[in-house]
Design a protein around this ligand. Structure first.
Ligand SMILES: Nc1ncnc2c1ncn2[C@@H]1O[C@H](COP(=O)(O)OP(=O)(O)OP(=O)(O)O)[C@@H](O)[C@H]1O
Length: 300
């Protein structure tokens, strides 16, 4: 019999996951998995539980929660020589990664995917000894994902990010950077940068419109210095995926990106605080096998 470890965050999103546990376990059993569960208790718990599951030889590790839970699970497993397959139950507020993989929130459909046996290889990103699955970002507004209080997210969902964002807009200033990417160089003042592994970031589905999870490349987006009205215009273009043609935006594909900054800039990794820059981002080609919908359209 195959073995699965279901690691879930009982506080994710609107706290639905616990109610669905019995159903999920029954479906996994029918699909031939002997499954055990682990409820996380706080920061770092999902990472430790995933690591242990990997070391104990589980065939499948399922992360149930928001992007933060998946981030921890991936970080617990990524540097193991033999890694279990990954499954995902989206139960967070934004669920960018699940959205990128076209994994719905409906629990029956999620179980169809978990039990369907359709695996796809996926890339992940590495920064020093840490990993990310969705996005690494620095600069303007990128700190929002970990500054928004969990209670506010539970109450109003994604709107919480926009409320906090408006509060911060007047305090934003550009930063001087030196960026090396696949042998090329950019030097100048920027508002923000995004190193994206998927096309779905912060609830914007078209922020990195060409991103593929299987090509060994990041979509690298850089927003150069701009005025407040220019920024607002850019934000509206971003909703339609048209920002990449804006003259103040640089959009390239790269496998390895090194960012150095003058002064302080904090790093955001998959929505969590990732320390301060400088940093080097490396794409780890098809590092995991992941359960995905059979009819998912593959890019590039
Ligand atoms: N039992 C718990 N009580 C409080 N916090 C927890 C618990 N278990 C995990 N956490 C914290 O929750 C964070 C991850 O939350 P998660 O991403 O799953 O949900 P979310 O914040 O609702 O969703 P999203 O990231 O999509 O906005 C973890 O990094 C961890 O610090």
């Amino acid at each position: 019999m195959k073995t699965a470890r279901l690691i879930y965050n009982p506080t994710s999103g609107r706290e639905q996951i616990r109610k669905n546990l019995a159903y999920v376990l029954e479906r996994l059993e029918q699909a031939g998995y002997e499954t055990s569960t682990h409820a996380t208790t706080g920061e770092g718990c999902a990472k430790r539980a995933a690591r242990k599951a990997g070391e104990n030889g589980y065939d499948l590790v399922i992360a149930a929660g928001g992007d933060g839970t998946i981030f921890e699970v991936v970080n617990g497993l990524a540097d193991l020589e033999t890694r279990p397959n990954l499954g995902l139950i989206p139960a967070g507020t934004t669920n960018d990664f699940a959205r990128a993989l076209r994994i719905p929130r409906d629990i029956e459909k999620v179980c169809d995917i978990l039990c369907g046996g359709h695996f796809e290889p996926i890339d992940i990103g590495r920064v020093d000894d840490r990993y990310f699955i969705n996005i690494a970002a620095g600069g303007m507004l990128t700190e929002l994902t970990y500054e928004v209080p969990s209670k506010l997210k539970t109450a109003v969902g994604q709107l919480a990010y926009y409320i906090k964002g408006l509060e911060k807009l007047p305090y934003i200033t550009p930063r001087k950077v030196k960026i090396e990417y696949d042998g090329k160089l950019f030097e100048g003042e920027i508002m923000m940068f995004l190193v994206s592994n998927t096309n779905s970031v912060g609830g914007f589905e078209k922020l990195a419109p060409d991103a593929s999870l299987q090509d060994g490349m990041f979509d690298f987006i850089l927003v150069k210095k701009l005025s407040f009205p220019e920024f607002l215009h850019l934000a509206t273009l971003a909703l339609r995926g048209e920002h990449i043609h804006h003259p103040k935006v640089m959009y390239v594909h790269a496998n390895r990106i090194k960012v150095q900054v003058e002064g302080d800039m904090q790093l955001n990794l998959d929505g969590e605080h990732g320390g301060a820059l400088p940093a080097e981002f490396v794409n780890m080609y098809q590092h995991f096998q992941m359960l995905t919908p059979k009819d998912r359209i593959q890019r590039r």
